[in-house]
Write a protein that binds this ligand. Sequence first.
Ligand SMILES: [Zn+2]
Ligand SMILES: [Zn+2]
Ligand SMILES: [Zn+2]
Ligand SMILES: [Zn+2]
Ligand SMILES: [Zn+2]
Ligand SMILES: [Zn+2]
Ligand SMILES: [Zn+2]
Ligand SMILES: [Zn+2]
Length: 552
Amino acid sequence: MEIKNESHNKLVQQITHCFPLYFICIHCNYHLHKQCAEAPLSLPNHPLHPQHSDVGFFLRERPRSFDWKCLDELPTKIDHLTHRLHPLILNRGDSDGLCNLCQKQHSGPFYGCSLCQFKINVECAWPRSIVEDKSRHQHPFSMLWRQGSFICDACDTEGNYISYICLKCCIIVHKKCTSLPRIIKFSRHDHCIFHKYFLQTQYLTRQDCMICFNEVKLDRGNYSCGKPGCNYVVHVNCVLEDDELYKVIEEEKQCEELYEKSMQSSIIRFIEMNEARKATTIQHFSHQHCLVLADKMEEEIDRKCDECMLSISTLFYYCLECPFFLHKTCAELPRIKQHWFRQGNAILLFKGFLECNFCDQRCSGFFYYIGGWEMCLRCAKVADIMKCEGHQHFLFIDFKYREKCNGCGKRCSNGAFRCGKCRFALDFGCLTLPHSTLHKIDEHKLKLTYDDDKEQIYCDICERQRDPSLWYYSCSICDTSAHPECVLRQFPFVNDGVTFPSYYHNHHHDLKFFRKVEGYLECFHCGKLCQEEILKCEESTCDNIIHCECSD
Ligand SMILES: [Zn+2]
Ligand SMILES: [Zn+2]
Ligand SMILES: [Zn+2]
Ligand SMILES: [Zn+2]
Ligand SMILES: [Zn+2]
Ligand SMILES: [Zn+2]
Ligand SMILES: [Zn+2]
Ligand SMILES: [Zn+2]
């Protein structure tokens, strides 16, 4: 029943003829013929299609089709080592099916056993017997057929039937793991990380994967940081899961360069320094006047930082010529940086009014633009692994999490920060709530509070019931408590006077947002009187207001 070496090689050749030389993505099964990969992205014209030659032709992907002529040259029935009981029959395969060898969905012809529902895609039936790529592993790998499963030394997960072994290193790996990148830069870690088949350690400690928070077996393959004192380690499959989160580094010396290039400061110029060499006057890219450092507000007003839209209490820069304030920490945020959310650059921008794609809050502050996503600064400051006051353990980001948030009780549609030790998760919205805030219901600042031991509880603002397991704002002196959305209202992070985009209302002029208005004005939509959170038309012919709630 064994396929002799010679005939195996002949079949490999035949398959190579049907599937000629191609470029393959090392992370998935995507491949392109060499010729196709090198084709130009567009052609100005083509003689075979003159009628549209003025428009040009653009390279697009066409649904994959098999070269059926090749099929005639393949044996119609084979004995295959992975299925010793019955012969396998060639089948044209018009729909997608799971290939039992590579465990992936395939379209196109396959060899199958109808008795056992066993299927092998034609492309997978005769894998190359030797794989060699010195940039990935110093020795060649040889293929080994096995019945049943094995554990891959490179990624510590199970594989079936086909494995590749390196006799010099005594390792057995998946086909895909023969070409794992040796070094990658992962967006959630500042340093480059290296693939190792095992990690030596002097301690008897358990190390958790910094992505999924399950244990990493140190005597198995993983990616780890090479910097002394940095214990960052992750599972191979966790770190390579999303190719937007990492970049392959070909040479070790590129690591340092990469780190230096990825930053650009927001402070254009230091104008004055004090004795402690702290910048006391700066020029910030976002403002035309100089900004001066201060550590206390002169008047007692609730002043917001124009970047993050949170209250300012200590250490901030302000403008002497116009009302513009920045937390010192916000002013120092880089204009271009690497953010853990994506491998590409995050760019600081200001558009007047945007909705954050992470916390869903409308905000008139600054945003980081990260590969098509807009992230407000409150969200951007949250680390991928973090601790917050409302929970005793570390929380880590899980973008696939869809269950309830323990802060607000809503389903997490944008993923959540969850605990690896217990059932607890928080969405971006709750994690970035202000720790304290003012509301006219109480003369003191209301504090964000995380648990309540009372049984029957009501919100002092809307007077409706409150779920004691969810977060709320409270004042312990006056025993006030209220829903976060009642305290903060709809637009806590929008500045007075900001113009709302027209998709928020259907008025024919620009409308400006005001948190409060003097006197009582009638809403031109519902006719009621209102003083809070309104949109105002300042055109002299209109001079109308509309409640924000009535605008959408
Ligand atoms: Zn593997
Ligand atoms: Zn993991
Ligand atoms: Zn700020
Ligand atoms: Zn946000
Ligand atoms: Zn929440
Ligand atoms: Zn309420
Ligand atoms: Zn109204
Ligand atoms: Zn108007």
